[in-house]
Design a protein around this ligand. Structure first.
Ligand code: PEP
Ligand code: MG
Length: 875
């Protein structure tokens, strides 16, 4: 039998999400539940994948199945495409496995043509509506399917309104719209060189193709990369009988959530517009009514909707986001899905669903995306500073959080400014899917138009970015790059503003922020995660302050303390430079002696902050030239300090130049050349540990980590100095303590000979930043310049420096784990590269049996939750 690519709604169910996409699977499920769903069919994600495999061509067998399903759908509806009496119309919408709001394209009223529009006018007795539907269809089809600039149509519509001297679309009558349709078709013919297609089958195939094509548009690619959605999934296409929310005053359309997606409050939440089609609500062009209003306006419909909403939530055991249309007083469900929500809402809903007995704790933690927590971990406004600030305007609190940044008015400008290291707030009339990259780069998003379910609001909530939407008091002029308040104050590009996404307040100044805390529902969910996870979570921290922050976020140790960061401080760099340019061992030892007490104090501070939790201290790693002076005044000062001639010092500095410092004299190679560095650092580690134990009673077992090892003998050479020094310090202090010496695995060779290295190393920590750099063979510092080409050309789907390349680098890690354990079964294994805080990498680390992951303090809760997800998902 031929492979099945097209499914009627009644042939599917919720379990077929991979094949039918989220929307298709849920339409099928709602059909099975007996809910009022306009019927239709889904073209599967496999058809999309096949379209790309076949060189962007829809196969004949798929076309045949589409026509067949179309005929069956006509039969169910009792209407026919292009019927001059009672024409059948459909919507065509994308629907991938994971919802991608605003990323893909929708076409409504497909099937309309010059004959059908007359039939529709006659049958409904409402020619205005018929022509309005037709003109919308031509516009959408031209824009989405044929990529004709939609401005051309907007201008034409505006011209019709101007000619009549009216402001609103609704003030145009049937004859006006008939004229608009004529003009629209002229635009189409001019732009395409052919007539607007009159054959519904042709329209449908073009539309399905457009949805497939849109899977690969640049904004979809960006969204996929941000959300870890592989290109291979493809999108499904849903073709569904149209129902009309714009047929008169007993019609309408809306979107609603079973709980508040900003706060999680258990209350039907949403908005609707009477006499409108779906895109009017989502586009945020007209400002809709809150859903509670519907209870007064159409009590029966409201009751029915509320009941359905509750039954869907109970069925899916999750907060639902639904779209509905009312046609002639009758309710239809167009979509339901697990709703996107802010992090605080996700936490509250997870906790409430457990309290309500609907979910177990294990199920509930899966309702909170680890990455989402990020928005809770960053600073909030300082309450006192906030009290003193006076808002300049108020909009809708569309996505909570505090944002403070410089104003930019286009996505491009915002992206560029953020890339230059600036904090950015993006202000737009309204956002559109093209703005996605700029929105992602921004601390906060401000729009003048649009409601709580406008594009900006939905996308911002999904990203966990603060958003104030629909701030009509502000005049945002994107061309002039200005924002003007009601009392005439003008803000320009680059001016600082602050947004409070929880109140909707906009401030014309930078407001001080303060650190976040893990309390309430957040703490409850983290408690569940901790009781479930197997992996330990450590942090990368180089200062007592970072260590304390990480402890507050639940870190269970330090997995990486980069000692070099301690030497950049103004009062230390001079001694460091002196150490580097020393010509003799004696000179170097003299300089190191200056560094020793500072380093020791640093370590004591960190041990104290970590209260006896394990601390891994990594010895000096970066290429030394990073510390060298370049400024002539600094060079002169250093020469004086060292009683050297300026020219001589300049010569030494030049001699330290390396063509490829990342692969140069760094890591353990420094200690091989200058063992006295390792000696000083060992002394600092051990003295600090012994003194801290004496002062505090903490149980401290220092872990000394040698970086960039590629050979067992190399490690042994450095380790011998470490052990000798440690023993000496303990003898001097008259106190024996336990300590460990291990290594980073960050040179591919080390992974390959990990069994040999484990003979010397008591622990491994995977330095996946360097391991990625050296496995791919591209520089950490330069890859950013060309990786974008790899994403747009679909060679890579994600940044291998952010999300571990499991097929390549991951294979090395796995191999090293197995080899290491073969030699030393109890070897401690962790990861401390940037990947340690990436949820998908954390799951990988769990699957290969690492003992811990280590990440920056702000990602500790994310890693804790991801580690728990890993356990639940693996069951
Ligand atoms: C690494 O290479 O992954 C690592 C943690 O070390 P650094 O980033 O300091 O090179
Ligand atoms: Mg490294």
């Amino acid at each position: 039998m031929a492979k099945k690519y097209v499914y009627l709604f009644k042939e599917g169910d919720a379990s077929m999400r991979n094949l039918l996409g989220g929307k298709g699977a849920n339409l099928a499920e709602m059909t099975n539940l007996g809910l009022p769903v306009p019927q239709g069919f889904t073209v599967s994600t496999e058809a999309c994948t096949k379209y790309y495999e076949d060189g962007k061509k829809i196969a004949d067998e798929v076309v045949e199945q589409i026509y067949d399903a179309m005929a069956k759908t006509e039969e169910i509806a009792g209407k026919k495409f292009g019927d001059p009496e009672n024409p059948f119309l459909v919507s065509v919408r994308s629907g991938a496995r994971a919802s991608m709001p605003g990323m893909m394209d929708t076409i409504l009223n497909l099937g309309l043509n010059d004959v059908a529009v007359e039939g529709m006018a006659k049958k409904s007795g409402n020619p205005r509506w018929a022509y309005d539907s037709y003109r919308r269809f031509i516009q959408m089809f031209s824009d989405v399917v044929m990529c004709i600039d939609k401005e051309l149509f907007e201008e034409q519509l505006q011209a019709a309104k101007d000619a009549k001297g009216v402001k609103m679309d609704t003030e145009l009558d049937a004859d006006d719209l008939k004229e608009v349709v004529k003009k629209y078709k002229e635009i189409y013919k001019r732009e395409m060189g052919k007539e607007f297609p009159q054959d519904a089958k042709e329209q449908l195939l073009e539309a399905v193709t457009a949805v497939f094509r849109s899977w690969d548009n640049p904004r979809a690619i960006v969204y996929r990369r941000m959300n870890d959605i592989p290109a291979s999934w493809g999108t499904a296409v849903n073709v569904q009988a149209m129902v009309f929310g714009n047929m008169g005053d007993d019609c309408g359309t809306g979107v609603a959530f079973t709980r508040n997606p900003s706060t999680g409050e258990k209350k039907l939440y949403g908005e609707y517009l009477m006499n409108a089609q779906g895109e009017d609500v989502v586009a945020g062009i007209r400002t809709p009514q809150p859903i509670s209003h519907l209870a007064d306006q159409m009590p029966e419909v409201y009751e029915q909707f509320a009941t359905i909403a509750q039954s869907l939530e109970d069925h899916y055991k999750d907060m639902q986001d639904m779209e509905f249309t009312i046609e002639g007083g009758k309710l239809f469900m167009l979509q339901t899905r697990n709703g996107k929500r802010t992090a605080p809402a996700a936490l509250k809903i997870a906790v409430d669903l457990v309290k309500e007995g609907k979910l177990t704790e294990e199920e509930a933690i899966l309702k909170v995306e680890p990455k989402q927590l990020d928005s809770l971990l960053h600073p909030m406004f300082n309450a006192d500073a906030l009290k003193k600030a006076k808002p300049i305007a108020k909009g809708l609190p569309a996505s909570p959080g505090a944002a403070c940044g410089m104003l930019y008015f286009t996505a491009e400008a915002a992206t560029e400014a953020a890339a230059n290291g600036n904090k950015v707030v993006l202000a737009r009339q309204e956002t559109s899917p093209e703005d996605i990259e700029g929105m992602y780069a921004s601390e906060g998003i401000l729009t003048a138009r649009g409601g709580m379910t406008s594009h900006a609001a939905v996308v911002a909530r999904g990203m966990g970015t603060c958003c104030v939407a629909g701030c009509g008091e502000l005049r945002i002029d994107e061309n002039a790059k200005t924002m003007t308040t009601e009392d005439g104050k003008v803000y320009k590009e680059g001016d600082w503003i602050s947004l409070d996404g929880s109140t909707g307040n906009v401030y014309g100044e930078a407001i001080e922020t303060q650190e976040a805390q893990v309390t309430g529902d957040f703490a409850t969910v983290m408690g569940w995660a901790d009781s479930i996870r197997r992996l330990k979570v450590r942090t990368n921290a180089d200062t007592p302050h970072d260590a304390e922050q990480a402890m507050a976020f639940g870190a269970e140790g330090i997995g990486l303390c980069r000692t070099e960061h301690m030497f950049f401080a103004e009062d230390r760099i001079a001694a460091m430079r002196e150490m580097i340019v020393s010509k003799t061992v004696e000179q170097r030892e003299k300089a190191l002696a200056k560094l020793l007490p500072m380093q020791k104090e640093d370590f004591k501070g960190i041990y104290k902050a970590m209260k006896g939790n394990p601390v891994t201290i990594r010895f000096l790693d970066p290429p030394l030239h990073e510390f060298l002076p370049t400024d002539p005044d600094d060079i002169a000062a250093l020469a004086k300090e060292m009683s050297l001639d300026v020219d001589e010092l300049t010569g030494i500095i030049e001699g330290l130049h390396e063509f490829n410092p990342m692969l140069g004299h760094r890591g353990c190679r420094l200690a091989v050349t200058f063992p006295e560095i390792a000696v000083m650092q060992t002394r600092a580690v051990m003295e600090a540990a012994i003194e801290t134990i004496e002062e505090t009673g903490y149980d401290i077992v220092p872990e000394i980590m040698i970086p960039l090892v590629g050979d067992k003998k190399e490690l042994k050479y450095v380790k011998d100095y470490v052990v000798e020094t440690a023993e000496k310090v303990m003898e001097e202090k008259g106190k024996k303590i336990e300590y460990k010496v291990g290594t980073m695995i960050e040179v591919p060779r080390a992974a390959v000979v990990a069994d040999e290295i484990a003979e010397e190393a008591e622990f491994f920590s995977f330095g996946t930043n360097d391991l990625t750099q050296m496995t791919f063979g591209f520089s950490r510092d330069d890859a950013g310049k060309f990786l974008d080409d790899y994403y747009t050309k679909k060679i890579y789907e994600s940044d291998p420096f952010a999300k571990l390349d499991q097929d390549g680098v991951g294979k090395l890690v796995k191999m090293a784990v197995e080899l290491g354990r073969k030699t030393r079964p109890d070897i401690k294994l962790g990861i401390c590269g940037e990947h340690g805080g990436d949820p998908s990498t954390v799951e990988f680390c769990d699957s290969i049996g690492l003992n811990y992951v280590s990440c920056s303090p702000f990602r500790v809760p994310i890693a804790r939750l991801a580690a728990a997800h890993a356990v639940v998902k693996s069951k």
